[in-house]
Design a protein around this ligand. Structure first.
Ligand code: ZN
Ligand code: ZN
Length: 158
């Protein structure tokens, strides 16, 4: 079976050879998908600034729509009579999706922290086999569970 090349940006695969790969990587669809991918990780303010810095898109200004959307070489950001910025719908959508993704990521981190905190609640000492806590001299007994004790400064024997 011939090896397949999988493109993460385009979510597609094709028989792997130099010609196919070059053709794919130079294609407009791939370049656009790649751009969308990298733009996604930009800081929203930086991304908006990049859009503002592009020269105005004639097509967008005259027709009110441009197929290239955020990948257009020109800017789709316009100004109202008072000079305020008007973002095109695709930029508003992008900002909204980004915010939702950020919130989801933050929630995931919170959940992960909660899980790792739970793990820390387990006692960190383990007695050798056959040893019983009640037979230990007082100095070797683990701290009573009724009193909170921080194990962060405790040492361990190998
Ligand atoms: Zn691709
Ligand atoms: Zn355009």
């Amino acid at each position: 079976m011939p090896r397949k090349y999988y493109c993460d940006f385009c979510n597609c695969s094709f028989p792997d050879n130099a010609t196919n790969r070059q053709k794919h990587n130079n294609g407009t669809v791939h370049k656009s998908n790649r751009q969308i991918h990298y733009d996604w990780f930009k800081d929203p303010d930086e991304f908006i600034q990049e859009q503002i810095n592009k020269p105005p898109c004639r097509r967008y200004l005259t027709q009110g729509y441009c197929d290239y959307q955020l990948q257009c070489r020109y800017s789709h950001i316009t100004y109202d009579p008072t000079g305020r910025l008007i973002y095109p719908p695709e930029l508003l959508n992008w900002l909204q999706e980004r915010q939702q993704a950020d919130e989801a990521a933050a929630a995931e981190v919170l959940a992960a922290t909660a899980t790792s905190n739970k793990k820390d609640e387990k006692p960190k000492y383990r007695l050798p086999r056959g040893w019983k806590i009640r037979e230990l001299p007082p100095s070797l007994k683990p701290p009573p569970s009724s009193q909170p004790y921080s194990y962060t400064h405790s040492g361990f024997w190998g």
